[in-house]
Design a protein around this ligand. Structure first.
Ligand code: SAM
Length: 231
């Protein structure tokens, strides 16, 4: 285990502390390091599940509220949940028309079948147990409700894979370290190892009682969008 990847028993505590630490510069660095592609991907995420004003949306691990803001702009009623207090403070400061709650994605403070859409941006690899979190997302979704999971990915073409790896593993920690916390910006790229292989991840979504599971590669495969429908 690399020194920037915490042991499983400490992962939740360590991830929460890390996001509390980097929250002040999180949005700025996200925009810079992704060359502003992050917001383009988030808009695609909202469109992929046709979020509209009839929806009640859960933004799971909402961070500073980027997806919540885009979902709320459609007129949907939005709840953002995250366990890192400082990320939620960032979300609240943006005066988004949404309700933000500090809670663990593994024990959502929502009744069964409470929402029609669950969104999650760049959070999967931070969860201790992806299957468990998906089951909890399925519990709060109505039957027929839509799920959209946005995450980083590893591109397949060799040259792109090499360039992406150099940028993600070398440049991101360097720039992140200059403006924010270097150890955190070492963790963020390395935490892709927590993402299961494509087939296994899609199977986890199906096993959590979702159907019509579709993965879309974004921007040459540097990001992925998984959509599904609650059975
Ligand atoms: C990379 S950030 C993504 C934030 C936001 N979704 C976005 O699109 O920018 C990952 C977020 O997941 C949150 N997180 C990780 N594990 C969590 C859990 N078990 N419960 C709630 N939030 C969690 C972190 O606190 C952090 O805000």
């Amino acid at each position: 285990m690399s020194d920037v990847l915490p042991p499983e028993a400490e992962k939740a505590t360590s991830v929460r502390a890390m996001f509390d630490l980097i929250a002040p510069h999180y949005d700025t660095l996200n925009r810079w390091l992704s060359l502003r592609l992050d917001q383009y991907w988030r808009r695609k995420t909202i469109r992929s599940v046709n979020v509209c004003d009839d929806d009640r949306v859960l933004d799971l691990a909402c961070g500073t509220g980027d997806l919540s803001e885009l979902a709320a702009a459609t007129g949907a009623r939005v709840i953002g949940i995250d366990f890192a207090r400082n990320m939620l403070i960032g979300a609240t400061r943006r005066r988004i028309s949404a309700t933000f709650i500090q809670a663990d994605a593994n024990a959502l403070p929502l009744p069964t079948a409470a929402v029609s859409v669950v969104l999650s941006g760049f959070a999967l690899r931070n969860f201790v147990s992806i299957p468990h979190t998906l089951q909890e997302a399925a519990r709060v979704l109505k039957p027929g409700g839509r799920l959209a999971l946005l995450e980083v990915d590893t591109p397949r073409p060799t040259l792109l894979k090499w360039g992406h790896s150099f940028y993600f593993q070398r440049i991101v920690p360097l720039l992140g370290g200059l403006i924010s916390d270097r150890k955190s910006y070492l963790y963020l790229p390395r935490s892709v190892v927590y993402l299961p292989e494509e087939a296994e991840l899609l199977q986890m979504v199906r096993a959590a009682d979702f159907e019509r599971v579709v993965k879309t590669r974004l921007s040459g495969g540097v990001a992925q969008l998984i959509t599904a429908v609650r059975r």
